[in-house]
Design a protein around this ligand. Structure first.
Ligand code: HEM
Length: 241
């Protein structure tokens, strides 16, 4: 992390900033178009088979929205066009991000928690401090705290790749050349159901991410993601004195 002025730090590289906003835009469109596709077929199944009338593991009807109503709300044609477009933007953006950042040791030091940070006693004292003092919520200005690290690593290296693989398993053009992918999931319906479950996990992550951004100072956080420069909060400077 490069020092700028005494209370300013250069927090995000240009490539990280561009990739972040491209990812945010693609996530928005993938989610919106995914919901449009789902509404057109508002039931989920497990295994190889799934059709209206077949035993489903999830039915939107059970939540008060009938199949006909859902179909009216959704738009599979529009959804598919945008989902496929942004799926590739999302994948290419992820590759570009890793090409720019994945070769740097500093990237892994910044993103991955140390084993010592994951010990029970260290997590307990971190959470106790975090809950006790709102002032100290800004302590992670120069780097990520352990909870951020765990959630970013989980989303970047587990959820994102899983979304791509379960997405590919639903693409007839891809499974025609690689049918083993469907077998790996135990059926296209399972791949689709897991894709939707991970969508819900991502939405939860996104909500927590937004709450955290607001909790530690939305202006400073968003400015850092646009310009790269982050103003270290007074509380952190005092703690370091
Ligand atoms: C990361 C963000 C993503 C989100 C939030 C998301 C969400 C969704 C949702 C909610 C559906 C509807 C499921 C259904 O009812 O069939 C869907 C379908 C699908 N997704 Fe994604 N998805 C994402 C990324 C991807 C990626 C990266 C790919 C491709 C590599 C992909 C490929 C597909 C395919 C092929 C379908 C089935 C579309 C169809 O029935 O024609 N998705 N997605």
């Amino acid at each position: 992390m490069q020092q700028k002025k005494n209370n300013w730090i250069y927090r995000h590289s240009l490539s990280a900033r561009i990739c972040h906003w491209v990812m945010a835009l693609s996530f928005f469109y993938l989610l919106y178009s995914g919901v449009m596709i789902f509404l057109h077929f508002p039931e989920l199944y497990w295994g190889k088979v799934g059709f209206q009338g077949y035993p489903a593991i999830f039915k939107l009807e059970d939540w008060g929205i009938s199949w006909e109503e859902a179909e009216r709300l959704g738009d599979r044609r529009w959804g598919r066009n945008y989902h496929y477009l942004f799926a590739w933007i999302f994948v290419i953006n992820g590759i570009v991000y890793l090409l720019f950042n994945g070769w740097r040791k500093a990237f892994y030091l910044k993103m991955f928690p140390k084993l010592s940070e994951l010990s029970y006693s260290s997590l307990k004292s971190f959470l106790a401090n975090y809950i006790k003092s709102s002032e100290k919520k800004d302590m992670s200005a120069a780097g990520y705290n352990v909870i951020q690290k765990v959630s970013y690593v989980f989303i970047l290296f587990a959820l994102f790749p899983f979304m791509i693989v379960s997405g590919l398993a639903q693409m007839p053009a891809f499974t025609a050349i690689s049918p083993e992918l469907i077998d790996l999931f135990g059926g296209r319906q399972t791949a689709r159901t897991l894709h939707v479950i991970c969508t819900v996990l991502m939405v939860l992550f996104f909500v927590v991410h937004l709450v955290q951004v607001f909790a530690v100072g939305v202006k400073n956080q968003v400015r850092a993601m646009i310009t790269g420069s982050y103003e270290r909060p007074k509380s952190e400077l005092e703690i370091r004195k």
